[in-house]
Design a protein around this ligand. Structure first.
Ligand SMILES: Cc1cc2nc3c(=O)[nH]c(=O)nc-3n(C[C@H](O)[C@H](O)[C@H](O)COP(=O)(O)O)c2cc1C
Length: 313
């Protein structure tokens, strides 16, 4: 059992919303003390955990142990698309099956619906999400910070622009946002399979001033135009300058600031030399082996791809 499962190290994690399963829940599950599910159900679900996700109250260690080993050499397989003979107007490729299903309408603020249900629905439904492992430096330059964020996306290439969504307010900002707002700088590092555990460990809510670099075991490499270091292990890192932030107010608790959007301009790219072509343009998926964020505790791999030609009118 690693340090991350130590309840002592989690006592300070007050800012993790209650709905996010933390090590605390995992420990509770592994002690077989779940009031939620009977033992028979847990045993049954342990056996099927190659195709279903972990649920709070289940025995995480048992489920993890029952799963097949990680296939490090899985590579990338390009297969045919589902309907290679698809032609204009054909619509879905499932023979009309999806048209027989009904939908449920959800008002995100309907009576009795907790905001945590919106969180769970969005992070499990908007998948896979890229993860920005953000490196920042404090304004006084004394402390370095590292943390993953999956409300993250590239939104333009001229100029290269990225968005990151920080849960919480500017006033009580997460350390990364505080540093980003005060220094206007950061490095966005893309997470690959070879350091997924380390990147996950950097999510620990260490008090301000405590660096997650040591906790993660990742290595700092010098950046060129920003003070924050880039992650040496990362295949792709982007030095960024803050363009602007926009703060959002809660609808469930009016007056409370609950989210901050940061728009960041990429001013330098760092790509591992064996991952990029001679024109310094295309990154090889087989080398990048990106890790994405799914719902709950799950991360995704990109080991299967299909290709479709871009349509012309
Ligand atoms: C994979 C992953 C993705 C995350 N994405 C976000 C996110 O998009 N926004 C956010 O506010 N927190 C996100 N978190 C939680 C932060 O990483 C966590 O709050 C961290 O402690 C923040 O660190 P900091 O205070 O040093 O900035 C994510 C955590 C993980 C493990």
């Amino acid at each position: 059992m690693s340090w991350f499962f130590n309840p002592k190290s989690l006592r300070t994690l007050s800012r993790i919303p209650a709905q996010i399963p933390t090590s605390r829940h995992l420990i509770r599950g592994s002690q077989n003390s779940s009031p939620i599910l009977p033992q028979s159900y847990r045993q049954k679900s342990t056996m099927i955990k190659t195709s279903a996700h972990f649920k709070v109250g289940e025995n995480f260690d048992e489920i993890q142990a029952s799963r097949p080993n990680f296939q490090r050499d899985a590579g990338v397989t390009y297969s045919k698309p589902p309907k290679p003979d698809w032609k204009e107007g054909d619509g879905a490729n499932d023979g009309g099956e999806s048209l027989k299903k009904q939908h449920i309408e959800i008002d995100p603020y309907e009576e009795g619906r907790p905001v945590s249900s919106n969180y769970k629905l969005l992070i499990s439904g908007i998948v896979p999400r890229p993860i920005a492992l953000i490196s920042t430096k404090s304004k006084d330059g004394k402390t370095a910070n590292l943390a993953p964020f999956s409300y993250a996306q590239v939104i333009n290439h001229d100029p290269p622009l990225f968005t990151v969504g920080f849960v919480g307010s500017l006033e009580k900002a997460k350390d990364s946002l505080k540093n980003l707002a005060e220094t206007q700088e950061c490095v966005i590092n893309i997470i690959s399979e070879h350091f997924v555990e380390a990147a996950n460990a950097a999510a620990v809510n260490a008090p301000y001033g405590v660096s997650e670099w040591e906790i993660s075991g990742l290595h700092q490499a010098p950046s060129s135009v920003v003070q924050a270091a880039r992650v040496k292990e990362s295949i792709l890192s982007i030095e960024g300058k803050l363009v602007e932030t926009k703060e959002f107010e809660s609808k469930a608790t009016p007056g409370k600031k609950t989210g901050v959007l940061a728009i960041i301009e990429g001013v330098r790219f760092w790509v591992r030399e064996d991952a990029v072509d001679e024109e310094k343009s295309v990154i090889d998926l087989k080398v990048l082996k990106p890790i994405s964020r799914l719902g709950g505790l799950a991360y995704g791999r990109t080991t299967d791809a299909i290709e479709l030609p871009r349509p012309k009118f």
